[in-house]
Design a binder for this molecule. Structure first.
Ligand code: NAD
Length: 491
C-alpha cells in the first residue's frame, strides 16, 4: 500500500571531515541523493589519501603519547558528553537519516537512531563498572610462589568502516565501545550515506572534550580510502561492516600487517515455520521482517521454510500480509517501508528477481519499481530452488522466497545450506521444540516466536562467512581490548 511521497528534495547539508581535531573541507566533493526522490540532497567532502594518512598519524599520536588510553574516568565523561550531544541533536539527526538513508521515521525511533544513541550511554556505564583485571591466583613453581593476573587494555588504533544501511547504528556500535576501551579511531562512512556520518564527527568536535586525533571521520566516493586504512601500518585493528565480498578483501588486505580484524558481513537467514505454529503470526512476521528497511537489513529472514502440506495456505497469508505493508514517503509517520538506497541497488534486486523467475520460480506478487525515488514493491517468490542464486545470495531488497520442507531434519538441512550464519527465526507453539530446533542452526542470533535478540547488552554477530567477532554488550567492549598476562614472584 503506497503512501504519497512528500519528502524534502534538497537540503543545504554540506559538511566537513574531522581530521586531527579540526573540521576540514576537501578540494573535491561528491553528491549524496535522497533515495525517496532521486534528487541531490547535499554534497560531502571526498577525502584524499593525504587526509587519511593525516588522520591515521593523528590517531596514532593520540594513542601512543596521550593519557587517553589510561584515563578511564575521562573517557566515561567524554562518552556522557557524546550521548548528551546526540540526544540534544536527535531531531536534526532524525530528519537527516530519513532524507539520506531513506529510513522510515518509525525505524529512526528504533534501530536507526534512538537505540544506538542509548548504546553510547550503555558503554559509558559499562566502562565504569566492568572489571579490567582478572586475578588468576598464586601457584608454586620451581620452589617459588607466583602470582598471575590479566589486565585488559586498549587494543590500539582502530579503522572503523561502515555500510550505508544503518550508518549511525553501525558507527556508534564501533565508536562507543572502542572509545570506552581506550582506542583511537578513524571512522569511514559509506559513499551513499556520508552526511549522517559527518554529522557525528561535527558533534564530537563541537560538543565533547574528546581530544584531537582520538576520533577522525572521513567520507569518500570510492573504495580507495577504505583500502588505504586496511593496509596502513599505523592501524592496529579493523572493524568492518559490509558485504561478505568486501569483507574478504578487507581480511586479505589486513593480513599484510597482521591486523586484528572484526567483520560483520552479509546474511541469508531462514525463518522456519513448524507445523504447530500460529500461521497467521508467522506470516505477519515474515512479511514485516522482509520489508524492514526495504530488505536492506543484514539479519532479516529472507528464506521462509514451511511444512510442504501447509505451503499454499501460508503463501496466501504472507501475500495478504505483504499487501498491507505501507510503503512510500519515509518521512510519513505511518510508512513502514521506504526506498532502496540507489538505482544501482534497485537494478541489483530486480536482476536477481528476474533471474529467479527465468530459472523457474513463480512471482506471486511484487517485483515492481515505483518512481520517483528508488522504491521496489514487496516481492514474494515460490518454487525457488534452495541451491539457486536467490536462495543462496543476499538480495538486500524486500524479496522473500518461500521454500517447502518435508520434515524437521530437512528444514535444518535447508537452513544450514548457506555460506552465511548471521541469524534465524522459528515459529512453533511448542516453545521447547522450537528452541531445540534453533540450537541446530549455525547462526549467531535467533528469534523464537518473534522474540527480539537485539539490545544494547546482547552480543550480535555471525557464524561462518557472516563474520568474525561480536558487537554490542560486554563482548563488544572486549573486542577492542588486548589482554596482558602478568606473572610475579611473591615469595
Ligand atoms: P559494502 O561492502 O559495499 O561497503 C561497506 C563499506 O566498505 C563502505 O564504506 C565501502 O566504501 C567500504 N569499502 C568498499 N570496498 C572496500 C575495500 N576494498 N576496503 C575497505 N573498505 C571498502 O557494503 P554496503 O553495500 O554498503 O552494505 C551492505 C552490506 O553490509 C550487506 O551485505 C549487509 O549484509 C552488510 N551488513 C552487515 C551487517 C552485520 O552486522 N553483519 C550490518 C549491516 C550491513
Amino acid at each position: 500500500m503506497p503512501l504519497a511521497n512528500s519528502a524534502p528534495t534538497t537540503a543545504d547539508a554540506a559538511r566537513r571531515l574531522l581530521v586531527d581535531g579540526r573540521l576540514v573541507d576537501a578540494e573535491r566533493t561528491f553528491a549524496t541523493l535522497n533515495p525517496a526522490t532521486g534528487d541531490v540532497l547535499g554534497h560531502a567532502p571526498d577525502a584524499t589519501a593525504e587526509h587519511a594518512k593525516t588522520a591515521v598519524a593523528a590517531a596514532r599520536r593520540a594513542f601512543d603519547t596521550t593519557g587517553w588510553t589510561t584515563g578511564k574516568e575521562f573517557r566515561a565523561h567524554c562518552l556522557d558528553q557524546l550521548h548528551r550531544a546526540l540526544t540534544e541533536h536527535l531531531q536534526e539527526l532524525r530528519e537527516l537519516t530519513i532524507a539520506e538513508v531513506g529510513a522510515p521515521r518509525l525505524l529512526t525511533h528504533g534501530q536507526q537512531l534512538d537505540e544506538p544513541v542509548e548504546l553510547v550511554r550503555y558503554y559509558a556505564d559499562l566502562l565504569r563498572t566492568h572489571p579490567l583485571t582478572e586475578d588468576l591466583g598464586e601457584v608454586e613453581y620451581l620452589g617459588r610462589r607466583h602470582r598471575r593476573w590479566v589486565e585488559k587494555e586498549a587494543g590500539g588504533v582502530l579503522a572503523a568502516i561502515v555500510p550505508y544501511n544503518y550508518p549511525t547504528q553501525l558507527a556508534l556500535a564501533k565508536l562507543a565501545p572502542a572509545l570506552a576501551a581506550g582506542c583511537t579511531v578513524v571512522l569511514k562512512g559509506a559513499p551513499d550515506t556520508p552526511l549522517i556520518t559527518l554529522a557525528l564527527g561535527e558533534l564530537i568536535a563541537r560538543h565533547t572534550d574528546i581530544p584531537a586525533g582520538v576520533v577522525n571521520v572521513l567520507t569518500s566516493s570510492g573504495a580507495e580510502i577504505g583500502e588505504l586504512l586496511t593496509t596502513h601500518p599505523g592501524i592496529d585493528m579493523v572493524s568492518f561492516t559490509g558485504s561478505t565480498a568486501t569483507g574478504r578483501r578487507v581480511m586479505a588486505a589486513a593480513s599484510g600487517t597482521v591486523k586484528k580484524v572484526f567483520l560483520e558481513l552479509g546474511g541469508k537467514s531462514a525463518l522456519i515455520v513448524l507445523d504447530d505454529a500460529d500461521f497467521a503470526a508467522a506470516s505477519m512476521y515474515a512479511a514485516y521482517m522482509i520489508c524492514l528497511h526495504a530488505g536492506q537489513s543484514c539479519a532479516i529472514t529472507s528464506r521462509m521454510l514451511v511444512p510442504r502440506r501447509h505451503h499454499d495456505e501460508i503463501v496466501e497469508r504472507v501475500a495478504a500480509a505483504l499487501d498491507r505493508v505501507r510503503y512510500g514517503d519515509p518521512a510519513h509517520p505511518k510508512t513502514y517501508m521506504g526506498p532502496l538506497i540507489s538505482e544501482r541497488q534497485r537494478e541489483k534486486v530486480d536482476g536477481m528477481v528476474r533471474r529467479a523467475v527465468a530459472a523457474g520460480a513463480t512471482l506471486v506478487m511484487g517485483g515492481k519499481r515505483v518512481d520517483p525515488g528508488f522504491f521496489y514493491t514487496p516481492t514474494l517468490l515460490t518454487g525457488v530452488d534452495p541451491a539457486s542464486e536467490l536462495a543462496q545470495e543476499e538480495v538486500f531488497g524486500p524479496v522473500l522466497a518461500v521454500i517447502p520442507y518435508d520434515d524437521e531434519d530437512h528444514a535444518v538441512r535447508i537452513a544450514n545450506n548457506s555460506v552465511y550464519g548471521l541469524s534465524g527465526a522459528v515459529h512453533g507453539r511448542d516453545q521447547e521444540r522450537a528452541i531445540a530446533l534453533a540450537r541446530r542452526i549455525r547462526t549467531g542470533t535467533f528469534s523464537i516466536n518473534g522474540g527480539n535478540y537485539f539490545f544494547s547488552d546482547t552480543p550480535f554477530g555471525g557464524y561462518k562467512q557472516s563474520g568474525i567477532g561480536r558487537e554490542k554488550g560486554v563482548d563488544g567492549l572486549e573486542e577492542f581490548m588486548e589482554r596482558k598476562t602478568f606473572g610475579a614472584v611473591v615469595a
